[in-house]
Design a protein. Structure first.
Length: 519
């Protein structure tokens, strides 16, 4: 029960359910308890089940909202939906349980090497994070690094990314517990507290050292339709409301002369050929005749019967033409929601989700060159995969200057999932030193600057338009440079190398002890 309690605290640290804010010190506290419990584990079996309970509680408390999408909107029976969430959380927890069994097995006898053991714990935790972020297309949601979006460790994001922050947090928590020096324990606490209090000034120093001059600024308008999810694909209610409201707001934005107007994901919930006559031509003609304004519109597309893509189309701008407007197709699709994993068609058939089997776009799609900016769209939870966004930075000349996220978190209700996704976007902004503008169906529609600060936002679960300024950036962070070339391989290499080193050292120590006994 204690493991479950601290696992829940660990989940709440990513975005607490009361205010939606991340609580970095709560994450360290919960993880420190886990490390301390593992050091007292009587066997690897005990360590496995202890970590499993902790992990299941962690993921259930931070991703329980998946139940809403499957039961409320997918029509899956309540017991099956709850069981599906529990099964997913158990699978994710198993990565950490397996990794920390290795920690209990390889840690030094009687804790005589605390620094070595702390690094070992961090390496194994990092491997678990990387595994669950890549296996079966990956689900790194609720990674512990996001708990530090407003904490002292966030300053490491432009260098090592969110996974590196996760490893740093694991190392600090482990070292605090494993070291026997009270002075070192006090020093860790003081450094973290001082760093937290000086974080704004340290961020300013980072900006001064790493930033090139900003690119031109844009005036943007972000549209939040707030179409109820249970009506979104209903032709009698949600579809007609969405078509009328978004069309009116798009035309108004062109009349107002804002630089860029952005809609939510699948704001237009029909294929172009299913739209009323003249609906799409009228929008295109409006933006073609309005040189001051361009639009990014979320819409499903189909190149052939049964072949759908979750897409964003760009209207206006010098590169958009009637025959070939700018187009971005979602690359990283959601299992069960946007594509059917092998052998799971039966599960999808139990739910009633329209357009549940999309085709994926290419990973490295071109940004949209517009008014001196390189606009890089990403759809829904694609901003969760920083290593995939990093591919767009291979060529510095065409690297994104502004990220544009279009989402619909209405599937998961008006709860903590909205806050978690906002924190994810904020982390990407800091990692890449790029502003992120977010247009969503129900929230959080917001403008995030390159420091990860929300400069403007709309109230959640309301219908409205958010107008504000955004300033693109051109400098490349160290993380953008190495992740664009090597992906996550450097993190895999560092973590695996340390674990192998400790394994070989343990084998050597065992042999030396055996020789001593023979002598």
């Amino acid at each position: 029960m204690i493991a479950i309690f601290f696992g829940i605290l660990h989940g709440c640290s990513v975005a607490n359910p009361w205010t939606g804010q991340a609580v970095w010190w709560l994450q360290l506290l919960a993880m420190a308890w886990l490390v301390g419990s593992l050091t007292r584990a009587e066997s690897t079996k005990t360590a496995f089940w202890l970590t499993a309970r902790f992990g299941i509680a962690w993921f259930c408390s931070s991703m329980w909202w998946l139940y809403i999408s499957m039961h409320n909107y997918g029509g899956l029976a309540a017991p099956l939906a709850a069981l599906a969430v529990l099964g997913l959380c158990a699978l994710l927890a198993s990565f950490y349980a397996a990794g920390l069994v290795v920690f209990v097995h390889l840690r030094s006898a009687n804790g005589t090497r605390p620094l070595q053991d702390a690094i070992l714990f961090a390496a194994l935790w990092l491997l678990a994070e990387l595994l669950r972020g890549t296996v079966m297309t990956g689900l790194p949601w609720s990674a512990v690094g996001y708990a530090h979006i407003d904490g002292p460790l966030v300053n490491a994001a432009p260098y090592v990314g969110v996974y590196g922050i996760s490893a740093l947090a694991a190392f600090i928590a482990a070292l605090f517990i494993l070291t026997r020096s009270c002075m070192l324990k006090l020093g860790i606490v003081l450094v973290l507290c001082i760093k937290a209090s000086l974080m704004p000034s340290s961020q300013a120093l980072l900006d001064k050292a790493s930033q090139a001059p900003p690119s031109a600024s844009l005036t943007v308008r972000l549209l939040q339709g707030n179409i109820p999810q249970n009506e979104k694909f209903d032709t009698r209610t949600g579809v007609s409301t969405a078509l009328d409201w978004y069309k009116a707001e798009l035309l108004k934005a062109a009349d107002d002369g804002v630089d860029l107007v952005v809609t939510a994901e699948t704001a237009i919930p029909l294929l172009p050929q299913q739209l009323p006559i003249n609906y799409w031509p009228q929008l295109y003609d409006k933006f073609a005749s309005s040189p001051k304004t361009a639009a990014l519109i979320g819409i499903p597309l189909s190149s052939s019967p049964g072949n759908y893509s979750n897409s964003v189309i760009g209207l206006g701008g010098s590169e958009a033409t009637p025959d070939k407007p700018y187009r971005y197709d979602k690359h990283h699709l959601v299992p069960f929601g946007e594509f059917v994993p092998p052998m799971f068609r039966w599960f999808i058939d139990l739910m009633h989700i329209p357009l549940g089997d999309f085709s994926a776009g290419a990973q490295a799609q071109a940004s949209w060159a517009y008014k001196g900016q390189q606009l890089a769209p990403n759809i829904c939870y694609e901003d969760l995969f920083g290593e995939e966004l990093a591919v767009r930075f291979l060529d510095a000349k065409t690297a994104p200057t502004i990220f544009v996220n279009v989402s619909n978190i209405g599937w998961f209700g008006n709860g903590v999932a909205v806050d978690q996704h906002l924190n994810i976007s904020r982390m990407r902004a800091i990692e890449f030193n790029r502003p992120m503008i977010r247009a969503t169906n129900t929230g959080a529609t917001a403008i995030i600057d390159h420091k990860g600060v929300v400069t403007n936002s709309l109230p959640r679960a309301t219908r409205g338009a958010l107008t504000g300024g955004v300033e693109g950036q051109t400098s490349l962070t160290p993380y953008a440079r190495w992740a664009s070339q090597y992906g996550l391989q450097p993190l895999w290499a560092v973590a695996c190398t340390w674990v192998i080193f400790i394994f070989l050292r343990r084998k050597l120590d065992s042999r030396l002890r055996g020789n001593d006994k023979l002598l």
